[in-house]
Design a protein. Structure first.
Length: 158
C-alpha cells in the first residue's frame, strides 16, 4: 500500500513536526530491490546461505530500509516538490523478512533563507532502532507551488 500524498510547503513546517510510515518487509520487496539494484548478495536472497551467517536468516538490504525514509520525504513530510540535498545513514541492526519497520521523520531545524529543512530520520523494529540519520531537503514555498503537485496531494493539511 502506497502512502497518501500530502503537500507541505516551507511555511507549513515547524520544528518537531513528525510523520511515521509503517511497512512490513515482504520477501517480494527484498527480491524486487535485488532485481532493481543488481545487489544479489545471498544474505538477502538465500535462506540456506543466510542461515550460516550471524543473522541466522535472510535480511533486507540496508538501502531498502533507507529507501523507506525517501518514501516519507517524497510523499508526506514535506511531500511532493521536496528535493533531497543530503542524507546520513547509520545502520544499527538488521531488518529481517517479516519485520514491521516504523519510519519516523521529524523536523529538527529550519533554514528560512535557503528554504532547507534538516530532518531526523529513524527506522525501528519493535522499538529497537535499526537505522538512523539526518536528511537535508529543499522545500518549496507556497508561491512556487506546482499546481499538479497540489492536485495530487490535496491541500497542505490533507
Amino acid at each position: 500500500m502506497l502512502p497518501e500524498l500530502r503537500v507541505l510547503y516551507f511555511e507549513d513546517l515547524e520544528v518537531g513536526l513528525s510523520e511515521t510510515l509503517t511497512k512490513v518487509i515482504a520477501s517480494s520487496d527484498v527480491v524486487g530491490f535485488a532485481e532493481i539494484t543488481g545487489d544479489r548478495n545471498p544474505i538477502h536472497l538465500s535462506e540456506h546461505f543466510a542461515a550460516r551467517t550471524p543473522f541466522g536468516t535472510r535480511i533486507a538490504h540496508g538501502l531498502y530500509t533507507a529507501g523507506l525514509i525517501s518514501a516519507v520525504l517524497g510523499t508526506r513530510l514535506p511531500g511532493p516538490g521536496a528535493v533531497y540535498i543530503s542524507q546520513t545513514l547509520n545502520f544499527r541492526a538488521p531488518v529481517r523478512i517479516g519485520d514491521t519497520v516504523d519510519v519516523t521523520v521529524t523536523v529538527a531545524e529550519l533554514v528560512p533563507e535557503r528554504r532547507r529543512a534538516r530532518l531526523t530520520c529513524t527506522c525501528s523494529v519493535a522499538g529497537e532502532v535499526v537505522l538512523d540519520g539526518e536528511a537535508l531537503v529543499k522545500v518549496p514555498k507556497k508561491e512556487e507551488a506546482d499546481p499538479l503537485a497540489v492536485r495530487m496531494g490535496g491541500s497542505p493539511t490533507a
